[in-house]
Structures are given as structure tokens and as C-alpha cells.
Design a protein around this ligand. Sequence first.
Ligand SMILES: NC(=O)c1ccc[n+]([C@@H]2O[C@H](COP(=O)([O-])OP(=O)(O)OC[C@H]3O[C@@H](n4cnc5c(N)ncnc54)[C@H](OP(=O)(O)O)[C@@H]3O)[C@@H](O)[C@H]2O)c1
Length: 374
Amino acid sequence: MSRILILGGTGYTGRLIAQYLLAQSNAEITIATRHPDKAQAYADSLNEQYPGHRAKAIYADASQPDSLRPAFADQTLVAVAAPTTAYTAEVIRTALDMGVDYLDVQLGAKKLALLQSSADEIERAGRCFITEAGFHPGLPSALVRYAASQLHPIESAITLGYLNMGKDLPYSEAVDEVIESFKKYSGQVFQNGRWTSPRSFDVRTFHFGGDIGSKRCYAMFFEELGLLPDMLPSLRETGFYISEQHWMLDWVVMPIAWAWLKLAPNAVRPIGKFLWWGMGTFHKPPYRVELQVQAAGLKDGRPATMQATVSHTDGYELTAIPVVATILQYLDGSAKKPGLWMMGHLVDPPRLMRDMEAMGITCTTRIEAAPGDT
Ligand SMILES: NC(=O)c1ccc[n+]([C@@H]2O[C@H](COP(=O)([O-])OP(=O)(O)OC[C@H]3O[C@@H](n4cnc5c(N)ncnc54)[C@H](OP(=O)(O)O)[C@@H]3O)[C@@H](O)[C@H]2O)c1
């Protein structure tokens, strides 16, 4: 029986990971947070909903390594769904010392650098560490690899993000991580077989299709995209672009947030609250979170284009479901490999798409002959 500890198991992301894991696997779940009473209440409610009395709770504070050791004991995998990138070193060290595998959904350049500096040790210890899991980071590189599983060879694969949860956008302290990541913002994209400069900034209009229509989109680099040209040598163009939103957000709220961050880099919390207020105040339909890949290459030897989308009205569902779909591949051994992996590089993409769809994400795939090909 596999045992999975969810650090941050009462948060927006962690509680959904717990629910889907109990529904989709026979793993035992431990909800670990700094407030064991709340964690226990949540575990009790899970045990009422799912068979086998497989949920329990434990106290763990990522900032206190002494609390992590007993919590990690006897676990198979620790899934980190808490905004605790400041304590990544403690969490990695404890997982390695206790012989436990690891997965995180966090956003953070320092976290990634720390994990990468431990990559050799992770592999020597035979541990499987999965990082950059979730929606983004997580799905952009998985979608590019999904397109590469359909087009042979693949020549271009651009990923697009549309984030609009309207007034239902919940605020959590994890927003701090998003604002921190803006400090390292890069608009790098891979064009004509080479990366543009890290200081470059690309704005393009893309047609999303359906009720979203055409949107101006801004380039945004994710580390998980960086290795794709090496993994897929035929690729000449890739990158991630985030869609424009309400004009007040794009032309007033966002520029104020950027300028504020430049002038007061430590004001992360108020800037995050301001940005979330703006996103929850200025919006227009359609309301959903969607990621898509627009790709081109050959299908059965003929030029073809491909568009694949994943979407959900709730961004936290779109975060937790790919994580659980990845853990399912880990649990059956197909994705349980020694070393440090990014989720999008490790998973089997067609199966990820099937499993995400089974858990309630809307997934579409359209492959067409390229215009002009008869
Ligand atoms: N990859 C993606 O697509 C994606 C998307 C969304 C969010 N995320 C990431 O997901 C993570 C969680 O975000 P969220 O919005 O779900 O957070 P949240 O709702 O604020 O929940 C945070 C959880 O972490 C626990 N926690 C906080 N500090 C802790 C500590 N020091 N030690 C142990 N537990 C602690 C909290 O419980 P207590 O307060 O009781 O300890 C709570 O259970 C963040 O890292 C966020 O960046 C990733």
C-alpha cells in the first residue's frame, strides 16, 4: 500500500489533491499542516466520503525540520502543496534522509535551483523527485510533448494560457510566490531554432478559437520549456504566451503592480493583494482557465496543424488534477524513475490527457491538414 503525505493538505490545491487521490487510487493519505486540528477535521470528512478509512492527519511545519522527520517516516511520497519555497532545503534534506520520494507544485526559481543542486544525490539515492507539477508550471511542456506524440516530426509548438476565474478567484498566501516569480520575469521564446534574449519581450495575437476568440498575448518563459528543443530536436519554435484580460487589468492594474514591485521589491504581499483585487474586480466572460498548444508538423507524412486544449472553470482543479494524474503514473511504476524530473518531462502525455479528462478536465484535440496541402 502506498502512503502519500500532502504537505499543505488543507489548502485550495492540497485538499483537491487529497480528494482525487482517494477517488483514483488505493493510496493512504496523510494531511500535514501546522494546524493538526484543522487537518484532522478534513481527514475525518474525507473518511466519510471515501472508502477504506485511508486519510489521517499529522502536524508538520516546513520551517521546523524536527517536525518533518516524524511526519515523513514510513511515507512513500511527499507531495508539497504549501507555499513553503523558503524551506525547500529542509524539505529536500528530510525526504532524502528518510528515503521518501517527492513532488512539488510550487513556483520558484530558488526552489528549482536547490533541487537541481541536489539532483546527483537524488539519483544516487534512487529517489524519484518530481518538480514543477500542476497547471503552470506543469502542463505547458506536457502539452508540447503531447503535440510531439501526434506530429512526426514536430516543427513548432506554442503554448497559450487564458486565466479568467472572474470574481470567484480565491486569494491565498501562495499568491506571494506568483509575485516573487515576477522578479525573475523573462519573455524568452524559441524562434527559428534559437532562444531569444532573456530581456526580450514578445507580444503576439493568437486565435484561441471558440468563445475566447483572438487575444493579444504576452510571452512568458517557464524553466520547463528550456529543455524542450533538446528533447525534441526537430522543434524550431516554442514558448508560452499569456492572454490579455480586461483592459483595466492590462493597462492600469498590471503596470501599477510592476512599477510597485520595481520600487518596493519587499512589498510582495500588498502587491499580490492588489493584483488579486484587480483580477477579481475587472473581468468579462468567458470565465475559465485554459491552456492550449498550437502546433505544426507532419501527420502521416503530410503537413498538419494541431490544437489541443485543457480547461476548467476552477484553476485549482486544473492544478490538482494533472498532479494526481502524474501520481497515478508514479504509483503504477511507469513514472517512478530515480532522479529529478519536471512533471511535464516525465509523464506519458497521451495518458495524462486521458486521465485528466476522466477526472473532469475538458480536453480537446484537433489535427487538420495544413492550409494549402491537398
Ligand atoms: N503549479 C501550479 O499550476 C500551481 C497553481 C496554483 C498554486 N500552486 C502552488 O500551490 C501551493 C499551494 O497554494 P494554495 O493556493 O493551495 O495555498 P493555500 O490555500 O494557502 O494553502 C496552503 C496550505 O499549506 C499549509 N502551510 C502553510 N505554511 C505551511 C508550513 N510552513 N508548513 C506546513 N504547511 C504549511 C496551510 O496549512 P496551515 O496554515 O494550517 O499550516 C495550507 O494547508 C503554492 O506553492 C502555490 O504556488 C501551483
